[in-house]
Design a protein around this ligand. Structure first.
Ligand code: ATP
Ligand code: MG
Length: 254
């Protein structure tokens, strides 16, 4: 589905040049949920900026179902850490906005938005403005605003970063149920190793900058998963300890 080959990015500035990522190879299958962890500044957001079509790589290529990626496309959705909802639009008008852009009729886009809003527990807030919602509610809206137009691939850059621990787990659980329903392919970045293991089919660990793939681990936990209880599993603990050691190595070499 998503094939990344030899991806590198160098930022050339007036006084210094930074190599953010160097030679990233990764293949993500259709319907797979891949999570990515790595030290701060190792180029995680740079990878997603390239995959979303917003940034061009210095070297390397990206193909989606065999077609080379050229700029922004509706096949790839991008959920960022900041919800960036339009403050002058209500929840339902924010969520249905991508359908408005693609010319879907009002009745249909309102009904699709209403279904998703209900699914993520925001029924009753359809006509609230973003500043009347909590951070967790805004992030739910941010996610369904991307899912509503059913992109084949969804990129997520620490979408639960600013949230408290309980809200994070609630939204992780919600994301897993949205994903199993939509059957989308997800590449999800997080700082949180627990989250990476709890959500992913595979966890990709990146090295300190320049970001290279340090290791890729298959997560041996069955689905559907209960993210509230997953930490009790011995398989979870074993993988956590293994990845933690490697992550520590990368953080210390920064
Ligand atoms: N547009 C840009 N121009 C110049 N340098 C950039 C640009 N974007 C990123 N960088 C540099 O590339 C490196 C990687 O940045 P990036 O934001 O991808 O890291 P990250 O892994 O997402 O970090 P964090 O975990 O803190 O979000 C950093 O050194 C950063 O300064
Ligand atoms: Mg980042």
């Amino acid at each position: 589905m998503l094939k990344i080959e030899g991806l590198s990015k160098r930022f050339v500035g007036a006084d210094k040049t930074v190599t953010a990522i160097d030679g990233i190879h990764l293949e993500v299958s259709s319907g797979e949920f891949v999570t990515m962890v790595g030290p701060s500044g190792c180029g995680k957001s740079t990878i997603l900026n390239i995959l979303s079509g917003l940034m061009t790589p210095t070297l390397g290529s990206v193909t989606v179902n065999g077609v080379p990626l050229k700029g922004v496309t509706r096949d790839i959705g991008y959920v960022t850490q900041q919800a960036n909802l339009m403050p002058w639009r209500t929840l339902i008008d924010n969520v249905s906005f991508p359908l408005e852009v693609s010319g879907v009729k009002t009745a249909e886009r309102q009904s699709r938005a209403r279904d998703l809003i209900k699914l993520v527990g925001l029924a009753g807030f359809e006509h609230a403005y973003p500043d009347q919602l909590s951070g967790g509610m805004r992030q739910r809206a941010n996610i369904i605003r991307t899912m509503i137009y059913e992109p084949k691939v969804i990129l997520m850059d620490e979408p639960f970063g600013p949230l408290d621990a309980q809200t994070r787990v609630v939204l992780q659980d919600l994301l897993l149920s949205l994903w199993s329903r939509a059957k989308s392919t997800i590449l999800f970045i997080t700082h949180d190793l627990q989250e990476a293991i709890g959500l992913g089919d595979r966890v990709v660990l990146l090295s300190a900058r320049p970001g290279r793939i340090a290791s890729i681990e298959h997560v041996p936990l069955p689905r559907p998963r209960d993210v509230f209880k997953i930490h009790d599993s011995p398989d979870f603990r074993a993988l956590f300890d293994k990845l933690w050691l490697e992550l520590e190595k990368q953080v210390r070499t920064e």
